[in-house]
Design a protein around this ligand. Sequence first.
Ligand SMILES: Nc1ncnc2c1ncn2[C@@H]1O[C@H](COP(=O)(O)OP(=O)(O)OP(=O)(O)O)[C@@H](O)[C@H]1O
Ligand SMILES: *[C@@H]1O[C@H](CO)[C@@H](O)[C@H](O)[C@H]1NC(C)=O
Ligand SMILES: *[C@@H]1O[C@H](CO)[C@@H](O)[C@H](O)[C@H]1NC(C)=O
Length: 227
Amino acid sequence: MYNLFVPCSTSILLGSLVANLSAANCYKADHLKKPENWALVEKAKYYYIAGFFLTVSPESIQLVAEHAVANNKVFMMNLSAPFICEFFRDAQEKALPYMDYVFGNETEAKTFSKVHGWQTDNVEEIALKISQWPKASGTHKRITVITQGADPVVVAEDGKVKLFPVILLPKEKLVDTNGAGDAFVGGFLSQLILEKPIEDCVRAGCYAANVVIQRSGCTCPEKPDFN
Ligand SMILES: Nc1ncnc2c1ncn2[C@@H]1O[C@H](COP(=O)(O)OP(=O)(O)OP(=O)(O)O)[C@@H](O)[C@H]1O
Ligand SMILES: *[C@@H]1O[C@H](CO)[C@@H](O)[C@H](O)[C@H]1NC(C)=O
Ligand SMILES: *[C@@H]1O[C@H](CO)[C@@H](O)[C@H](O)[C@H]1NC(C)=O
């Protein structure tokens, strides 16, 4: 079932996925427009594109984003890295109005704030401002989700901020935090596409991240025990 469309190979721990068209850096919009590839776009209802893709093919992002808005589907990106916010600012700004969900970590959020001259380092305030950035479609609101390592996950929507504590982990069990952000988004999306409430999405995100940081590399056990 191609319910969720992820154009780069970023995804882990997703239940029902995924169209992996190409992870190559030479990805071109022409490739996306090929009927067999565009068919996957049309089939999906949710799109998640990592911000890094802005460095590869902003045109492809635009195509998918416009399709999502025109068809009332859900378009999501992450901020990906501070350098994306700084050096791909224009491309990111162009995509932002289409985003229904924005994911990021605290460093990326602060960089985004700095780049836009918001003069605040307060992650809750930044998340709120990102969620209130103008939208291309009136049908979905924007939800901003910022992770902060061991500190609570910040979720901004409808002019309000909610904090969700993560699953705390004793130091000796923390093996490798690489991929924590991706695992979080993977877990989050696994519930979102089941149309679960945001609380469940965050809980699954934290669960997935918690599993991944207790292992070396970005791996997961054969059988998850999330419920
Ligand atoms: N020290 C920690 N203790 C408990 N949970 C953690 C810790 N670090 C990360 N996590 C979990 O992982 C999630 C994402 O973490 P973080 O904000 O560090 O992402 P990130 O910086 O994008 O990660 P990376 O870039 O390494 O993939 C957190 O919301 C939390 O659920
Ligand atoms: C957030 O992610 C970036 C990579 O995008 C990383 O450099 C930074 O250390 C992360 N911040 C925290 C607080 O983990
Ligand atoms: C954003 O996506 C990139 C690429 O998949 C990943 O490395 C990063 O950890 C993600 N960050 C967050 C906070 O989701």
